[in-house]
Design a protein around this ligand. Sequence first.
Ligand code: ATP
Length: 325
Amino acid sequence: MTQIKKIGLFTSGGDAPGMNAAIRAVVRTAKYYNIEVVGIRRGYEGMINGELFPMDGKSVANIIQRGGTILKTARSEQFKTAEGRRLAYDQLVKHGIQGLVAIGGDGTFTGARIFGSEYDMPIVGLPGTIDNDLYGTDFTIGYDTAINTVIDAVDKIRDTAESHDRLFIVEVMGRDSGLIALRTGIASGAEAIIIPETKRDINALMDRLENGRKDKSSKIVMVAEGEDPGGAFEIGRQVKEKFPNYDTRVSILGHIQRGGKPSCMDRVLASRVGVAAVEALRDGHRNEMIGIVHNEIAFTPFEHACKHHVEINANFLKIVEILSI
Ligand code: ATP
């Protein structure tokens, strides 16, 4: 096994708070092991276009507390083509890169898996997505910050809901996964949670509103956006139609969920997996996502990490039902 001397680093897909902490950890760990780091801007798109530049310990100073990603991120249709991936590989070879660290979500790792099967380029991935929808890590970088942003916002909504005796339908992010809605629903005392995994069951919600406690002055219903961002408006319309005596409002939290200072949990998670990523490349790992399971570093092949089979803990739904009585 040849010792890796130069690695490339990029962020890809949706941004997530804590990505900068992960970038910092990778760059500083590489420096510790005398490995050069080449930053790649705008994910796979920048790789194809040759947006590569050298990074050193100083280039990641004062970023651990910043949201977003200093490397920028993008979605790349070109990388989904064989020709796009060939152009990307040519750029890596031109810059003498012998391994890659990818920070992103399931799309990023699907791309990495395909690329790694076509070219001899070791790649390891760090789970960077607010959705927490990757198998092989208890939490993803950005999830903790995002759920804390959501509960801050819902606490504020609750104040106005309480003052006006209103029912608020709050839509949070989560295209394929209701994990943001599930935890924040519990933490903000929601009446009901509607998530893609249990199919959006509007009848169950109506039943709950019909038969639940009538004496509560405010009610919160948490909805994961699912396939259909803005779908909370339709739910709101149906609720208004069936319960005209409820003062029903809809609030879509949107992109505030992606921004802001990463929480302590996210910074520590990013730092731990960032260090492990460089050590993994040195040790010859490839095609694996590095996560933390039961507080220990865990390696999961990309194909398993992206399987979309992160299961919803049924107890969580039961907890909502019991506690909203
Ligand atoms: P998030 O979960 O936050 O949305 P993500 O990594 O899943 O992040 P995607 O937009 O799904 O974000 O994927 C990021 C990029 O990965 C895509 O823009 C594309 O360049 C690459 N990618 C995704 N799927 C494939 C594929 N099947 N083949 C090659 N590349 C892919």
